[in-house]
Design a protein around this ligand. Structure first.
Ligand code: DC
Length: 233
């Protein structure tokens, strides 16, 4: 089936490590759309905050971070396999931003209203005039409230923790399962309860629980939904 020229915005929101980015990336590839990993942007800001001592184990100098937000430039490139690579001030930080050291502070950093304002504006700018699949926590509620298709992804916490643990172990991280699970639980709670743009399912989002779905099955469900919307517009 030839896809119509109509281009849409697809929002993929949900809990931490529930396979949002895999789905969003595959969906974008199938549709010939761009994929934007909004979580990578918050992770890059967190790395900047850590590198510049705005945040640490016992402190968070929010003002210091806010005053320096204009020194943060984030952009994306692709590797040879067409996987997105995140750049912070022209340095490839793709691996660094996935480390647990960044994961431990990212919820606090992403709860800062000024950080969100800046990231949302960049997310909209990167999406201008493009068919886009963007994954995150507030894409369907804040970034693209008028997105033509909104998906909300979830999965059982133990399944999510196991998937994330396996991923980190594959990358040679020395970490235990409980630490990974606790980080997910904490981030979910923080993301749900923060004041600015809390994680919640948009009223018009379609819920997909992928606990018992393979990546292929999940993609096929999402692709069907996307094609339906694209063809009826
Ligand atoms: O998708 P991720 O786990 O890489 O995202 C990292 C963190 O960034 C997550 O704990 C919450 C935050 N985030 C957010 O607040 N809003 C988004 N749109 C995306 C991520």
């Amino acid at each position: 089936m030839e896809l119509s020229a109509k281009i849409i915005k697809i929002a993929v929101d949900g809990y931490s490590s529930c396979g949002k980015s895999t789905l969003a990336r595959q969906l974008a590839q199938k549709l010939g759309y761009i994929y934007i990993d909004s979580g990578a942007m918050y992770r890059a800001v967190t790395l900047f905050a850590l590198q510049n001592n705005h945040i640490g184990q016992e402190f968070f100098n929010k003002k210091g971070l806010i005053d320096n937000l204009n020194k943060i430039a984030i952009h994306f490139e692709h590797d040879n396999n067409f996987n997105p690579v995140t750049f912070l001030n022209n340095h490839n930080v793709e691996n660094e931003i996935r480390q647990i050291s960044v994961s431990s502070f990212v919820s606090e950093v992403s709860a800062v209203a000024e950080v969100r304002e800046r990231m949302v504006s960049l997310q909209r700018k990167l999406s201008e005039n493009n068919g886009v699949v963007m994954d995150g926590r507030d894409i369907g509620t804040v970034v693209f409230p008028n997105a033509e298709l909104k998906l909300f992804i979830t999965a059982d916490i133990d399944i999510r923790a196991k998937r994330r643990f396996d991923e980190l172990i594959m990358q040679n991280n020395d970490i235990d399962y409980e630490t990974v699970k606790q980080n997910l639980v904490q981030r979910d709670n923080y993301d749900k309860s923060r004041e600015t743009s809390p994680l919640r399912q948009a009223k018009d989002a379609i819920l997909i629980d992928n606990s018992n779905l393979t990546k292929t099955e999940q993609l096929s469900i999402a692709l069907k939904l996307a094609k339906k919307v694209i063809n009826e517009n």
